[in-house]
Design a protein around this ligand. Structure first.
Ligand code: FES
Length: 171
């Protein structure tokens, strides 16, 4: 075998070097971006069903809607923050616990229980006079086109735990 056959030409060396460098740079760009793209999917799967103790004893829940506020840790990609949440919580006529989001399904204003003297025993949105029955159903003829969203919930050791609010058909 001749010595010349095993030698790498200057052109080949340059080709190998540039290909290797190009591949290294592409991996440096693609791998972090791939991680960012996949991360929310992994998080969503892992966080499903996380419920928070809202420091409310079930014994303190009556048929009168009660405003409950609590904080949750929120992770968006690499950014962590504390988010305030609110729910209207009460027991219905069957004694079942109901927990509604106070966010109006029209344009997102804050809905209050008996927020209007003219409409007792209803949830009321002051922004455009949106109204909801006590069971969260939107009243026809007012702006909201769907019921208040419902928090997933569970009771553990006599305490109420709340998760994420969901549209009624998903809850
Ligand atoms: S935002 Fe509530 S009625 Fe429009």
């Amino acid at each position: 075998m001749s010595k010349k056959k095993n030698q790498v030409s200057r052109r080949q060396f340059l080709n190998y070097s540039l290909t290797g460098l190009g591949g290294f740079m592409a991996a440096g760009i693609l791998i972090p971006n791939l991680r960012f793209a996949v991360d929310p999917v992994l998080k969503a799967a892992g966080d499903a069903g996380d419920l928070t103790n809202v420091s409310l004893s079930v014994d303190d829940i009556t048929e009168e809607p009660l405003r409950v506020d609590w904080d949750v840790e929120q992770v968006d990609g690499w950014y962590e923050s504390e988010v305030n949440r609110t729910a209207w919580v009460f027991k219905d006529e069957n004694g079942d616990i109901q927990a509604f989001s106070p966010i109006c399904t029209h344009l997102g204003c804050f809905v209050n229980w008996e927020g209007s003297e003219d409409h007792p025993n209803e949830f009321f949105c002051p922004c455009h006079n949106g109204r909801y029955e006590k069971d969260g159903t939107n009243i026809p003829g007012t702006p909201p086109l769907e019921p208040l969203h419902v928090y997933e919930h569970k009771v553990e050791d006599g305490m109420l735990f709340l998760g994420d609010p969901r549209p009624r058909e998903e809850a």
